[in-house]
Design a protein. Sequence first.
Length: 129
Amino acid sequence: MIEFLLDARSGVSPYLQVVQQVRRALRLGLLVEGDQLPTVKDVVASLAINPNTVLKAYRELEREGLVAARQGVGTFVTRTLADSSLAAHEPLRRELGRWLVQARAAGLDDESIEALFLSTFRAVNEESA
């Protein structure tokens, strides 16, 4: 089951962070069709956020056709976002892991690593456009 984490420094609203984390888990194959999302009550307890925030996120995912709520039972994944490229993820994950170890050895903290990754990601995307 997915465990949500919120980053208050991200500038992204809590409901959208929940939506993004579910989408990411679906894309990586960490959540598959039939899996149950944590109950609203459990998410509220673990993140200390308003129940309406979680409900808004779950409704958004339902509108996208990714999950379905079953009255009195819970919210379940109805569709995955993983594709045939999922098999390529593991070698890339290992390579990225090595890169992260090198970044740490170079003295970069989390914020610096994230900034470097995002700026490089955007630059490469701009070059390919």
